[in-house]
Write a protein that binds this ligand. Structure first.
Ligand code: BGC
Length: 725
């Protein structure tokens, strides 16, 4: 059996390589043209293409018609222009852009069509701004609730990540802009990100940390990849022979550009041989002294880096330029900026992301036309978030806060009593989370004002959560608690007015144990981008029926979460060992039978749904077959809405540990009241394999597999058995 599997995986590998090679087959016209250009270039010109000449640009070779290359952040909008030679903004007046909600919100929509729409908009805006590469999406696994960049990433689950990243990248690149999928690899914390050495088992690498990148490259054809800051098994990611040469190039057939993260290069020869193409962001004023500048020219002249290796890199750069129509192709996308369609896409993305966590007594939706007054409480009711978080920050054309939206939509008929409720006590300083210390003070004066406003209003809305002093690049959070005394505020306001809705604005898990039993309704609205306020107001009023689902587990407390339960976050002595192995996120909770606050995939609606009639097309499958899984979703309530049906798979008996559940399919279905739809999900039997470290390949042990249908990892409504032989 093992032999035949090996043959199969070799065949798959070979076919993957063939697919990759097809596009870059040496005989193709494109490749011939590239070879001819390379043959006309001097070593100096070639090396000039392999390192930046400023913060975000790379020199071209004008005499050969190779233009300067323009790169830009970031994942949820095109970042404002930064000065060429320092990190200050250039102060342009025409670089405000459309800003989408960040990654966790995108994933919370569980709607790949929105990822596609986002890719189109970002591509059009990037082109309008004359950018060639957009630095995103960020698809690292959310391993710990505390990682500062969780908000930028998508999920704790590789299947969900892949499902969202692939349409995003394809759509972006269809607009002649290269994606840069980042940060390759195992960049799962910000603490010590420039130094930490990550140890991950081969199995966890293959099953958890790599699949998103693999899908981005092999399914979406991502044209560039950004190597992470950290070390992986003792070697920097930017010069890691195993990750960069063996996996990325040889196994995945990647023929695009591997660039460093900003200031992540560490060597010339080692990195060059390992497969790095482009050095960005090195912290040395003289660009000629960067690793991939004069030192590379010297290494080539001394024969320490073969000319063929240099040509491979130049070829990769030209190939990406060719694919994005940079080399004189008149049909290149011209782009557009801040159109009504772009703004509508940002709105949809924000509205579909909202997760309804709790709705006792059906307090929501609120018919504002029937109210005389509402209390709007909390710093996040008026705070703008889009310009925070560091490299993903955006200068949006506008940003609607919740208070603005509520006032505009309902302010004429309803009296709005605003009270700040709590104050932002934190400060932001790049690289240190010390600004989060001492942010637990309870400000009773502000609470009393809020209580007063709540007492004098029909309904109270508290907008709390976090901000980008917590959810940010460059450091992690210190704990998972609500800052600024918000728990006390929430409890006091609920006491004063039981009709209270708590709206959480945050991009990573918070401990809700202190509020779930008091706050009747809880809504998780993420950072909603430029349309944040409109989206959340429409969900509260019922114009939009919430359909988001959690893209990560919300633990009761930090200690429940795997990396923290095992004490290996953020590591010791600059080393972190991912001991939880494949049991990341819900895989841990489900397998260890730990009940979280809210499970992965969870989210309520204003209507109700029934999932039924789950069946697979057969009982018995061989390893090369596909399983057609069918079931019915019915809107059993009285409002239009959407349900995300989720298919998890388990193998109860196996010689190795298998997670109790693994997501293998999902579909978001929009239904009118009473309407039902039959859904078919197709799962390849080969996708049920585990990575066998001894055999260095994917293995399926014959036996029973269970297909679980539910609307969260914690709520399975039907299970069927299939057998793989
Ligand atoms: C971040 C990248 C970003 C780059 C350029 C780095 O600090 O890690 O995600 O694209 O800066 O701003």
């Amino acid at each position: 059996m093992i032999k035949s599997l090996l043959v199969l995986s070799l065949c798959l590998l070979a076919s993957g390589v063939l697919v990759a090679q097809k596009a870059t087959s040496p005989g193709s016209g494109q490749e011939k043209k590239i070879r001819s250009m390379v043959s006309k270039m001097t070593i100096e010109e070639k090396v000039g293409l392999l390192h930046a000449n400023s913060k975000f640009y790379v020199s071209g070779v004008p005499r050969l018609g190779i233009p300067e290359w323009a790169l830009s952040d970031g994942p949820h909008g095109v970042r404002a222009e930064i000065n060429r030679h320092n990190w200050f903004y250039a102060g342009w007046t025409n670089d405000s852009s459309t800003c989408f909600p960040p990654g966790t919100a995108l994933a919370a929509s569980w709607n790949p069509a929105l990822a596609r729409e986002r890719g189109i908009v970002l591509g059009e805006e990037a082109r309008f701004r004359k950018k060639d590469v957009l630095l995103g999406p960020g698809i690292n696994i959310i391993r710990s609730p505390l990682c500062g960049r969780n908000f930028e990433y998508l999920s704790e689950d590789p299947f969900l990540i892949s499902a969202m990243a692939v349409p995003y990248i394809k759509a972006l690149q269809s607009k002649d802009v290269a994606a840069s999928v980042k940060h390759y690899l195992a960049n799962n914390q910000e603490e010590n990100r420039f130094k930490v050495d990550v140890s991950v088992s081969e199995r966890a690498l293959r099953e958890i940390y790599l699949p998103g990148f693999k899908a981005a490259i092999t399914d979406a054809g991502a044209l560039t990849v950004m190597a992470a800051y950290n070390k992986f098994r003792g070697e920097w990611c930017s010069e890691n022979e195993y990750l960069d040469r063996q996996i990325l190039r040889q196994e995945l057939g990647f023929t695009g550009v591997l660039m460093t993260d900003w200031d992540a290069a560490h060597s010339t020869i080692k990195a060059a041989l390992a497969g790095l193409d482009l050095e960005m962001g090195t912290d040395k004023a003289d660009y000629n002294e960067w690793y991939f500048a004069n030192p590379l020219i010297r290494a080539i002249k001394e024969g320490k880096v073969p000319l063929a290796v240099l040509d491979e890199k130049v070829t990769n750069v030209l190939r990406v330029m060719m694919k994005t129509k940079m080399l004189g192709d008149k049909t290149r996308e011209q782009g557009s900026m801040n159109t009504a369609e772009h703004q509508l896409a940002a709105y949809h993305s924000a509205a579909e992301a909202v997760v309804l966590l709790q709705n006792e007594n059906k307090l929501l939706p609120i018919d504002f036309t029937k109210l005389k007054s509402i209390a709007v409480i909390g710093d996040n009711a008026t705070r703008k978030h889009t310009s925070g978080g560091l490299s993903s920050e955006i200068k949006p054309l506008y940003e609607i806060t919740p208070l603005e939206a509520l006032t505009k939509k309902f302010g004429k008929e309803v009296k709005i009593n605003f009270a700040r409720g709590y104050e932002k006590q934190s400060t932001f300083k790049e690289g240190s989370n010390a600004g989060q210390s001492n942010t637990k003070a309870v400000d009773w004066k502000l609470i009393e004002e809020a209580v007063e406003a709540a007492k004098n209003s029909d309904v109270a809305l508290i907008f709390g959560g976090l901000n980008h002093d917590f959810d940010t690049e460059s450091f992690d959070r210190q704990d998972m608690k609500f800052p600024y005394g918000q728990e006390t505020l929430i409890r006091e306001v609920v006491k004063a007015n039981p009709k209270t809705v708590v709206v959480i604005i945050a991009g990573s898990p918070l401990e809700l144990a202190g509020i779930v039993s008091s706050a009747p309704s809880i809504v998780w609205a993420w950072y909603g981008g430029m349309e944040a306020g409109n989206a959340v107001a429409d969900v509260l009023s019922g114009k939009v029926n919430p359909s988001g689902k959690l893209p990560f587990t919300l633990p009761v407390s930090l200690e429940q979460s795997p990396a923290h339960a095992l004490g290996n976050f953020p590591g010791r002595n600059l080393k972190v060992n991912y001991e939880e192995d494949i049991l990341v996120g819900y895989r841990w909770f489900e397998t260890k039978k730990i009940v979280p606050q809210f499970p992965f995939g969870y989210g309520l609606s204003y209507t109700t749904f029934e999932l039924s009639a789950l069946h697979a097309d057969k009982l018995l499958y061989s390893k090369d077959e596909v399983i057609h899984v069918n079931f019915t979703v019915r809107n059993s309530g009285n409002r239009f809405g959407a349900e995300v049906s989720q298919l998890y798979v388990s193998q109860p008996v196996c010689s190795v540990l298998r997670p109790a559940k693994e997501l293998k399919g999902f579909e978001k279905v929009f239904l009118n009241p009473g309407e039902s739809k039959t859904v078919e999900l197709i799962v390849k039997v080969s996708d049920l394999a585990y990575y066998d470290e001894a055999q260095k390949g994917w293995t399926i042990e014959p036996g029973d597999f269970l297909l679980h249908l539910g609307n969260s990892s914690g709520n399975i409504v039907q299970t069927v058995k299939i057998v793989v032989n």
